[in-house]
Structures are given as structure tokens and as C-alpha cells.
Design a protein around this ligand. Sequence first.
Ligand SMILES: [Zn+2]
Ligand SMILES: [Zn+2]
Length: 255
Amino acid sequence: MDKFEKIISQYRMIYDHHTHTVWSHGKGTIEDNVREASIRGLRSIAITDHGPGHLTYGIKMNKLGEMRAEIAALKEKYPSVEVLLGVEANTIRRKPYLDVSPEEGKQFDILLAGYHFGILGAGMVTNYMNTRTGMFDGDYSKLKVKNTAMIVDALYYNEDAGNHISILTHPGDKGPFDIQDIARACQDTGTLIEINDKHHHLTVEEIQIASVFDVNFVISSDAHMPKKVGSFEGPFRRALEAGLDPERIVNLEKI
Ligand SMILES: [Zn+2]
Ligand SMILES: [Zn+2]
């Protein structure tokens, strides 16, 4: 057992607020995820399928009633687990900078946001990839500025519009981003920065950059399979390697 393993074994995850189900492209049902959360002793789980702007597997806003009903039915069966209906909104490059408007945001218990491919209006791939060769042939530093602006605009605009983004998901994933500017915006908007189990962002280096700011961190499994719900060891290890104080990870608790 190395020194990090020992520390990891002294902590447990108390909630996992980023999980996917068959309502987008996860493998399990809402109940499958809640059952796993119950087995793992989590106090709370959020079902956060992909936002409606995703061209192939975004949630349909007119299905939220069905999802709510499914969650309500689980309350009696799994009384120890709070189940939130959330969404992982997609950042886009024009107002309101998310594919979930402030009006639509009110229909969810928790709002997450992150950058994803395959979103109408997100721009990164279509603007900068040569569609014939699939190679990046633009200006990397300009792309970084543009990508970062999209995230920062999404954070400030939605905070002002009463559409608070609770968690910024896997910052730094899928393209060049300036983590310093993003962390500053998270600090200003009270947004948690995620250390994600499925994607390797934040990386150790990115955690170090973000930790300079007055921000808190959250670990999420981003489970697309029920058995992954509650996984936190990998991201926690990155946090420890970065020298982050575990106290700054809001959903871990010392056993
Ligand atoms: Zn994501
Ligand atoms: Zn996700």
C-alpha cells in the first residue's frame, strides 16, 4: 500500500452528483444507478443525463415528467438515498451559452455544465478541424482563447440569469482550455470544479493551477454504467498527487 492508498482508504464518498442512464447514453436505468448508490452507502445521487442540444443522445425536455415519476417511485424502495434530477448541460458559444435556458433550468434540481463534442453551436470541431483530413489545422492558441471564453461566459451569464451551475464537469477535457481563467470564474460564481473519474480531467497539473483560487472541488464518477456509480479513488489519487487538501473536496468524508 503506497501513502496515497492509505489516505484514500480513510475516506468515503458521500454523494455522486454526476451519473448517466439510458435517458441519454448510459447503460443502466435510473433504478440501476440508485441501487448501486444504496449499496455503496451514498447519501445522495444525481441523475444528470446529457443536455438536449446533443445531436444524438441529448435528453428530451418533454420526458422530464417520466423521469420525475421514476425517481418518485424509488423513494420508498431506497429511502436512504436522496435522488436528484439534474442535467449535464452543454456549453455553446452564444447566449445563453448553455443548451439549457434559464427557464428550462428551473425544471431540474441540479445543473451541471461541460463541453462536449456533437453539439450544435459549440463550434470547436466544425470551426477548427479540417473535415476532410480530420486534422487540426487552425491556430491552437486562438482556439484556447475561444474555448475558455465559452466556459467563462457560460458561468457568468447563467449565474446572473439565476441559472446557477453547481458543477463544471471535466474542465480541460476535449480541447485546449485555460484552467486559470476557468477557475477564477468558478471562484466568482461559487461553482464546484470537478475531478472526474471517467475523463482524466482535471489532471494533477490542472488541480494545482485551480487550487490557487478560492474554489472547492467535487469528485464525480460520471458513471455511464451502474457499477461505476460512486467511484472516487482514481480522481482522489490525482487530487492527493497534486497536494490538494482533502477538506476542499466537498463530497468526501473521513471515515
Ligand atoms: Zn461530460
Ligand atoms: Zn457526464
